[in-house]
Design a binder for this molecule. Structure first.
Ligand code: SAH
Ligand code: SF4
Ligand code: F3S
Length: 441
């Protein structure tokens, strides 16, 4: 008989990168003969995988971790771990090491792999661990991660970022770009598709278009995608995030020609003003961005587009902001992720003199979101009477087809028993935001 297993609980903040890292952490803890519990009070080990992209993200994580003090008083044997981007910040808002003495293990982004080892050691002898290292030690990928989603699997292809946008903390907490060997990625995708039944593979990187630049081989992101499409099986590949500076014709060609590449693109623009883009150090202007959008739309008319926007970046005037609104009206994105600019200590924009008032940022954000809501409602009309290749899923007793862009199409009269396969779905009704359709046979 194996020894009585202990329970772990992981709380995740931040982007897909963190969501996937959590899946790896869970896999490692499970290999210590531990089981996951959804009840934090019952856990022997609680892990907080944190984010610090904006001040609010930091506050949210910190406030939750602080609450653990009481639980720990009740159960002193509980092991609390804080990892992810917050501890890796050189000058974070909170000094975690001093402010959270009841936390047992604090590690940064480069040594998530060591969490399980520390937990194992702590289960024997109690000793506080504070370990932040500057560079990745080895590949952080692990074959035994526990994935939360049964349809879509995240796969890392490149870590870190070399871009240094003036507002962004990511290069400071994730280090420089480091591509994963293509063979390793190929094997992982093949296994996920052929042995584990995943229909969507989402390739992850802060800037996937930089893939291969640091490798000896001549592999580019476009050629990596092409090679992954050769894997036999019924699946589609998505990727995020693309940087407009490196996004080029070769990739558009692969997206157009390969059936296995999902017809969806997340291309963060950040602002509609070239003046602001320059101050952000984005390395492109609106003319370049719009020419990319035009090329993509021409090559792949059914493409689903999404973007990220920052409002209230230092020096943003009403005129600059109106240019962003104009851009949204022109491109007509299917989805927009918009944020108020948040000062990040240690980044250049934090020191810019022309900071924008919080109230002004708020007004601009709401105005932008209102506009996008109208655009999205209008965009929904384009789905009517059209047929989309969708993944068929059962969600809470309802059958749905999911488009490449992540749009749900309800299938009320579904007469089959199986799911997790691709089928053509024709949209027959649009009511409010809800699309309904039938399987087109
Ligand atoms: N690597 C990706 C995404 C990075 S973070 C990219 O280059 O697009 C995700 C989004 O958070 C960014 O696209 C940006 O819109 C937003 N963001 C980053 N730093 C921010 C800050 N200091 N304040 C507000 N939003 C920020
Ligand atoms: Fe941040 Fe810019 Fe790198 Fe994206 S490309 S992670 S926004 S520095
Ligand atoms: Fe946040 Fe780190 Fe991702 S700062 S957005 S979790 S890379």
């Amino acid at each position: 008989m194996s020894e009585i297993s202990k329970f772990f609980h992981v709380v995740t903040f931040g982007c897909q990168m963190n969501v996937h890292e959590t899946e790896k952490i869970k896999g490692k803890l499970a290999s210590l003969n531990m089981k996951e519990t959804l009840d934090i009070k019952k856990a022997d080990v609680v892990v907080f995988n944190t984010c610090c992209i904006r001040e609010k993200a930091e506050d949210k994580a910190y406030n939750q971790i602080v609450k653990m003090k009481k639980l720990k008083e009740k159960n002193p044997n509980m092991i609390i771990v804080v990892c992810g981007c917050m501890p890796q910040q050189p000058k974070g808002k909170y000094n975690l090491k001093e402010k959270l003495p009841f936390v047992d293990v604090i590690v940064g982004t480069h040594n998530v792999n060591s969490i399980a080892d520390h937990v194992k050691a702590l289960l024997g002898e109690r000793k506080r661990v504070y370990e932040i290292i500057e560079k990745p030690v080895a590949s952080m990928d692990t074959p035994n991660c526990i994935r939360d989603d049964k349809y879509n699997a995240y796969v890392n292809i490149i870590y870190g970022c070399n871009k240094f946008c003036t507002y962004c903390i990511v290069p400071h907490v994730r280090g420089r770009e480091q591509s994963r060997p293509a063979k390793e990625i190929y094997e992982e995708v093949k296994d996920l598709v052929q042995n584990k039944g995943y229909r969507f593979i989402t390739l992850l990187g802060q800037n996937v278009n930089s893939y291969g630049k640091d490798l000896k081989s001549k592999m580019t992101f476009a050629s990596l995608l092409e090679s992954l499409c050769k894997i036999e099986g019924d699946f589609k590949i998505k990727f995020m995030t693309s940087h407009p500076m490196d996004f080029g014709e070769d990739l558009i060609k692969v997206m157009k020609n390969e059936n296995k590449v999902a017809k969806a693109l997340h291309l963060p623009v950040q602002s509609g003003s070239s003046k602001i883009l320059f101050k952000m150090n984005r390395h492109y202007d609106i003319k370049h961005y719009m020419s990319l959008i035009k090329k993509v739309k021409r090559a792949i008319p059914e493409i689903s587009l999404s973007t990220d926007i920052i409002v209230g970046f230092p020096g943003e005037t009403e005129k600059d902001f109106n240019q962003t609104l104009k851009l949204l009206k022109k491109v007509k994105y299917d989805q927009v992720f918009a944020f108020m600019y948040s000062k990040r200590t240690g980044t250049p924009a934090c020191e810019f003199a022309d900071q924008i008032d919080e109230k002004v940022k708020n007004v601009r954000l709401n105005k932008l979101l209102r506009l996008q809501k109208i655009i999205e409602k209008d965009q929904n009309k384009k789905y009517f009477n059209k047929t989309y290749n969708c993944l068929i899923k059962f969600v809470n007793g309802v059958t749905m087809g999911i488009t490449d862009g992540g749009k749900d199409i309800y299938i009320p009269n579904y007469k089959y028993k199986n799911e997790n396969y691709f089928a053509s779905v024709k949209v027959e009704e649009i009511r409010d935001h809800k699309l309904s359709g039938v399987i087109d046979e």
